[in-house]
Design a protein around this ligand. Sequence first.
Ligand code: GAL
Length: 672
Amino acid sequence: MPSYPPTRSALCFGGDYNPEQWSSDVWRADVALMREARVNLVTVGVFSWARLAPRPDRYEFGWLDEIMDLLAEHGIGVDLATATASPPPWFSEKYPESLPVDRDGRRLWYGSRQAYCPSSPAYREAALDLVSRLADRYGQHPALVLWHVNNEYGCHVARCYCDQSAAAFREWLRARHGDLDALNEAWGTGFWSQSYGDWSQILPPRATPTTNNPGQELDFRRFSSDALLELFRAEREVLHHVTPGVPVTTNLMAGLTSAFDYWRWAPELDLVSNDHYILAADPHSEIGLAFASDLTRGLAGGSWLLMEHSTSAVNWQPRNAAKAPGQLLRNSLGHVARGSDGALFFQWRASRAGAEKWHSAMLPHAGTDTKVWREIRSLGEVLHRLGEVAGSTVDADVALLLDYPSGWAQEAAAQPSVDMDCFAEIRRWHAALWRAGITADLAHPSADLTRYRAVLVPSLYLVSDADATNLKSYVDKGGTVLVGAYSGIVDECDRVRLGGYPGAFTDLLGVVIEEFFPLLEGECVALSDGGTGTVWTEAGRATTATVLVSHADPPVAGSPAVTRNAFGAGTAWYCGTRLAEPDLARLLHDVCERAGVEPVLAGAGAVDPRLEAVRRRHPDGTTYLFLINHAGHAVHVPATGTDLTTGDDVGAGVTIPAGGVAVLRNDVGKEE
Ligand code: GAL
């Protein structure tokens, strides 16, 4: 029976198990096949509310008792869901005010899922009642290893604009700002005659004639993330009270959505778990996958668990490409390489009916004589052999800073350029590092940065004084930082920092910018080193920095584009435009090289750019080099160790076939 956190001897393998979609005669076949595939953890009951409580005040737990017993008998652990992700129709009919309302005032009906307002007292009360019944009934059950609260909070309803949300928003604002004077000051309501004289006048930023107040928008996004987090906390408290020894998680969507401040969420979870689905239209979906994993690892501050991904096609993209043979293994190991202590899927058995009947599963409609089932069995085998990897950490010398409210503030209307997308720019820098073979952690600007050789700040429009000081003191003590354009511009209320841009960082970077010159769609400009700037230019000068590259084109010709400044014992680089891909790659290479950051396969010679290499490490020094070949040809890697996927000793390097994988273990002191 697996436990959580996993011991050094097991990775988790399994997926969402929805037995309520099937008659009980299928259940025994299910567990037998789970055993065959080496499944050791399933998530049960995510959407079972209507089955558990078919009518108000009527509960039916018998079927779940049977499932839990069956799984325990077969040694399969249960990540038991609290079933609060989708209230049943009777609930919505009884409490219509619990249905969410969008920005335009449209009420969203039941008939799909997640149809509840996060601030609805009726929903909260009913959810907590269900949770405490489940905790009382199954808290001591031998199959229970983990609690799974709700499901992908906010995946469909990230923000609700109803009157109940308005009331909760006001309470949240009182706690944040104290009094109305402070709120008016924070939001700059002196502009456009928006001053509030009474709390009752404050609303969510509903549809208005033109641009809403940006401070109000930003606070509403913070509130909306917190409102869902508060629901999680309330369920978790019930579970901790009844079953103090059982860890509690909820599945995040880091890398798929930026709608929630997951830096505030992660510390509240006993175990950080994440869901990830690749985008079929993305020719380099392995890089998007790596981003999600690196972000989740940053959130977790260590290892984490991949709660959902897909065995093949999903059903919610415009064209749902199936996975090519071998892709399933590459995708699953891609997450494990970057810190996941297992690989779980949505879902165990493909549905016969309902909105997700065309979504792949571990057991497809066509049964066991299939590509997917064979690949699932061999994945189960590989994960079994990799069991000792569990609990190890991932080597990363670089941090990429990401702050959600900063991105939200930048997403508000009436900005200098719609092309200055914060989250896309962070991904672009991450992708350039991926291509350079450098592993990066995503980190919050307030994090302890001292263990990183370089800190990259692609886009940090909004920064608090404390976070700006954190970055400066990291550099002052010898660190290296590279800051991207349009960072350090506003305070945490989205008020411009006066006296020249980038206000919070002018001294750190040794530059002062006086005016922005955003480019038109598709426009490019020439730089003094032959490189190309896109999206953004600006006019300004260096104060103490050395100008390495300047603008060559008017109207900003001569203004700095790339600079380097000595600050205390460290170095602060600045890039005041969005460099074209090759130029960005070159700049990141220079910054990393000077800071002593090496690619994972440093010294291995020219290795194929589509060969992904990541190293995990146990505190005793044992390392695991994950090699994932995304290229259409074999790649030779001059590394040594024992390939845990085959058990072979690799003496003179390893050749990874097209689309293949290897995981090389090196014991203490034997690092290649
Ligand atoms: C997730 C969700 C699952 C399932 C899956 C399909 O967002 O948690 O319940 O819908 O997507 O890809």
